[in-house]
Write a protein that binds this ligand. Sequence first.
Ligand SMILES: Nc1ncnc2c1ncn2[C@@H]1O[C@H](COP(=O)(O)OP(=O)(O)OP(=O)(O)O)[C@@H](O)[C@H]1O
Ligand SMILES: [Mg+2]
Length: 353
Amino acid sequence: MAAGRGTPLISVTDLEVHFPTDEGLVRAVDGVSFDIFPGRTLGVVGESGCGKSTVGRAILQILDRPGRIVNGSIELRLDPETDPDDAVDLASLGPNSGPMRAVRWADISLIFQEPMTSFSPVHTIGNQMIEAIRSHRGYSKREAREWAVELLSMVGISNPRQRIDEFSHQLSGGIRQRAMIAMAISCEPKLLIADEPTTALDVTTQAQILDLLRELQESQGMAIMLITHDLGVIAEMADEVLVMYLGRGVEFGPSDDMFHNPKHPYTTSLLTSIPSIYTKRGERMQPIAGSIPHPFNRPPGCTFNPRCPSFMPGVCDHDPPLFLPLEGPHLVRCFLYHDAQGNPVTAEAENDG
Ligand SMILES: Nc1ncnc2c1ncn2[C@@H]1O[C@H](COP(=O)(O)OP(=O)(O)OP(=O)(O)O)[C@@H](O)[C@H]1O
Ligand SMILES: [Mg+2]
């Protein structure tokens, strides 16, 4: 699924992740496709439970039990510009295999959604950073410690030589998140997956952390997958955007297109439900009508149909829509644009029918 911008660093195609539970099968990720390009930021957005974190964890094969990848591919190209055909399918690697372990931290690293669980409480920040650095680089203990101090200073932590010997609970939320980012970039990954990196922080610290990510991206040239339910953050940071609903991508495209010319009714609803730079002063936020269906009780056809303002009876509640290109790199999964076979719906065709 190439969408311009050269060869993707990573191409996720038709990814499905299931959690078989006693109560039933949770299709946490139900066919998601997207590309992330070198040095660029993909924003992943959608309401709680739509599978954003699960996609991030699936890429690194660190899914919580009993989650597993049941379909799809995750192609990683380590040198997309000079060797675009040299790709490894991460989905085909065993979670504990040597090649998969080599990818974690070194090629792809993750900033977790839960700030308190990111660091172990029983080891100092320094010991955890040094261990991560040493397991991927041939550094001596002293060299790894020096590099860890440099990283802490790089992410704006004052007194890094003292802070490195502290435990995570001794740090404020903002400093802990900076330390987490320092650890995540310690092996200069090609892709940083940042799962709600600023949600637990106050607004000022949030802005500082986003600035820091942008600076690091510029200096290190890494790609970022930024997972958030905050469209304001996406508008500020993302080059491309993937909108997810109930485990599926419903819209993917360049950030500007998505904000100025959203196509999927769910994207439009999200944009009007969240206060953002695009909300006019005094304009009221519209909550998205209806609630998210229960995971074991998905509606037939398009899963957004019970909440959709453009619902077409007999069409939207019948077959599932396909995820297809609209214009250039913009993809959408909606019967307003394609019929069930994937043929474009035009105004003319509509009039004929
Ligand atoms: N260990 C698990 N066992 C069973 N179901 C799970 C497990 N982890 C996640 N899920 C289910 O997978 C779906 C997707 O969850 P996920 O955490 O990926 O959503 P999210 O988009 O990251 O949500 P949030 O915005 O709240 O972080 C949800 O229905 C969730 O209940
Ligand atoms: Mg999440």
